[in-house]
Ligand binder design. Structure first.
Ligand SMILES: Nc1ncnc2c1ncn2[C@@H]1O[C@H](COP(=O)(O)OP(=O)(O)OP(=O)(O)O)[C@@H](O)[C@H]1O
Length: 342
């Protein structure tokens, strides 16, 4: 049975709640970004033995009160970039300023403003959840009373209250990740740097994390740098996104403007139940064929015509599913040839 949605120019999922959209920008650290909370200029870093830099000539400026994403495939250089931003790696070239302080010259001053969630968990495992989060708040300078209150609020916000007495090491991978997020959120740091905060989380937990991020941005003006390779997450929560491919910036703008840059292309996907009775080239020259799943980006008229032909012809009997959808950030990655990085 054909079961998917024909969208006719509207989104397949309900669009995220509208956010104030910052003006478009290249992300460059010019005079307009004097107030930026995190400014990187020409960052380049290579690792020994690698044929190309892991991060090359990356320039960006994160504005106060925005959720700034770094999106790219595995190995694109996202974690290396955030480790450079945090001063945990030294760049071969380029500079980083966090809250006005050069991270190389004033690492401690810069770090005092930032809560960082690394891609891999730090050493919270021996503590119970309650102690892990409260201790993090205390280490960030909160009084015992405030640390306790914040710990209780953050655990409730992320649905972790019932696990407060459990040792972190005994939790599931997703629960441990949520505790890491809770530790990043306590103590109200003005800049959160979150490296793949929702990896391994189910949809409810991911939503809780996205809501917690938006609450801090909207309520406290918290700025967030969020690393992800999940385009749905990027479309849901990011104000602007820097797209990385093999260490280089491919684009940096709002998700909406990046999609507009595709020039009105829509995505047509066909899933076949049996061997398709037509050739992919009957649809278009550049159909991506993955087994019985075909995918192609076309101008809307061409996509409609191709779909009409399939639905009206004998091929319909072999069709299992189809999607005709407006472009997503996935299409932005594909349009830039980033798929080849995988
Ligand atoms: N410490 C290191 N030593 C050598 N090479 C490294 C090191 N860290 C990262 N790399 C290499 O740098 C490149 C970028 O890695 P990085 O971890 O930054 O990518 P990523 O986009 O975060 O990937 P993922 O989404 O898989 O986490 C990769 O080719 C990786 O192998």
């Amino acid at each position: 049975m054909v079961s998917l949605v024909l969208i006719n120019g509207r989104a397949a999922f309900p669009p995220p709640s509208p956010r104030p959209s910052p003006p478009p920008s290249t992300g460059g650290p010019d005079g307009a970004h004097a107030a930026a909370v995190c400014v990187a200029d020409g960052l380049t870093r290579s690792f020994p033995g690698a044929s190309r830099p892991a991060v090359e000539s990356v320039t960006l400026a994160v504005r106060p009160g925005e959720v700034f994403g770094v999106l790219g495939r595995n190995g694109a250089g996202k974690s290396t970039l955030v480790r450079l931003l945090m001063g945990l790696l030294r760049p071969d070239r380029g500079t980083v300023r966090l809250m006005g302080a050069d991270v190389t010259a004033h690492a401690a001053r810069a770090a005092a403003h930032v809560a960082y969630l690394p891609q891999r968990e730090s050493a919270l495992g021996d503590m119970d959840v309650r102690t892990a989060v409260e201790t993090t708040a205390r280490l960030r300078g909160m009084s015992r009373v405030r640390a306790r209150a914040q710990r209780a609020d953050v655990l409730a916000e992320l649905g972790l209250t019932g696990l407060a007495g459990k040792r972190v090491a005994r939790l599931s991978g997703g629960q441990r990740r949520l505790v890491g997020v809770a530790a990043a959120l306590v103590a109200d740091r003005p800049l959160l740097v979150l490296d793949e905060p929702t990896t391994g989380l189910d949809l409810d937990a991911r939503r809780a994390v996205w809501d917690a991020i938006e609450r801090r941005r909207d309520g406290d003006g918290t700025s967030v740098v969020l690393v992800t390779h999940d385009v749905r997450e990027a479309e849901t929560v990011l104000d602007r996104v820097l797209v990385l491919s093999t260490g280089r910036t491919v684009a940096c703008d709002t998700p909406g403007l990046l999609k507009e840059g595709l020039g009105g292309l829509v995505r047509l996907e066909l899933a076949w139940r049996d061997d398709p009775p037509i050739d992919a080239r009957d649809i278009a020259d550049h159909v991506a064929v993955r087994g019985r799943r075909w995918s192609v980006r076309l101008p809307v008229d061409e996509a409609r015509r191709a779909l009409d032909d399939v639905l009206a012809g004998p091929a319909y009997a072999a069709l299992d599913d189809f999607v005709l959808a407006p472009p997503s950030l996935e299409d932005v990655l594909l349009a830039d040839g980033i798929e080849e990085d995988r």
